[in-house]
Write a protein that binds this ligand. Sequence first.
Ligand code: ATP
Ligand code: MG
Length: 297
Amino acid sequence: MASRSRVIAVVNQKGGVGKTTTAVNLAACFAASERATLLVDLDPQANASSAFGIGDTPRQVYDAIIGRCVIKDVACPTALSHLHVVPAGQDLVGAEVELVSAMSRERRLESALADVREDYELIVIDCPPSLGLLTLNALTAADSILIPLQCEYYALEGLARLLETVDLVRAHLNPGVALEGIALTMVDLRNNLSRQVEREVRGHFGEKVYRTRIPRNVRLSEAPSHGKPIILYDIQSRGAVAYLRLAEEVLSGIGQVGPPRKPPELPAPGAETGESPVASGGPDLPEESDLSEGGVR
Ligand code: ATP
Ligand code: MG
């Protein structure tokens, strides 16, 4: 019996803290434990798409957000039978601007995801590094948010603003959105500062901080250029072990009890070849995507 999925937005407006690495690898680990999983790339940088070797697709998340097609038309299969990816692309930059004057502009993603919520057990959204309209759409569509936090000096900077934004979303758009948890990323246990920041974060957020820490691990940074999540690139690596543990912790926090489930059949691709188009040159999209205007006021 199908049940509604859990939609988790991986969010932090700070750039380069491990959002995409966490979204990609958690989604892959959920899928590896036979949970029907959908990863939605909501960042114009399209790093989560290229992490699966998905390049320029004729249609992408933007088309679904503006209602030109449905999510099932854009979802791509992956090497993991239980994981589909909704890719992003450059068009998404336009969405931020075009949606400003649109009706229900914060609810576009929520509406787009509505008809696949019965099909997937977990829907993971990779957000861009801003609190703009795209992130607002993710927060409105989500049941919960997962915040990757890099254990460095300014880790907590910006977190207050993010949590304020979540409060605003809760008050006006999505009363049910919860804090799923905080994941410590790129942790270097030999580093005093890393340990100090960890103590501070745990002191502040207690049980909301996952016990599993994601270590700094070079294999994690190599995997995307091979178009693979870490569990398919190097299952023995410390990064793979950590993300498998984190996924287990997230799932036990959610209390998923249903039997393992396959994702739906995807419609036969139209203009596409049927295989995921392979990215030509890896993640060479613009670094800068400051879309912070047009967000929460
Ligand atoms: P953006 O804000 O630009 O979307 P992000 O928050 O999604 O960035 P990532 O892209 O996941 O962050 O990570 C930033 C960089 O750090 C990438 O090059 C990634 O490969 C690398 N990285 C992420 N996590 C780790 C880790 N645990 N160990 C080593 N490298 C990592
Ligand atoms: Mg990213």
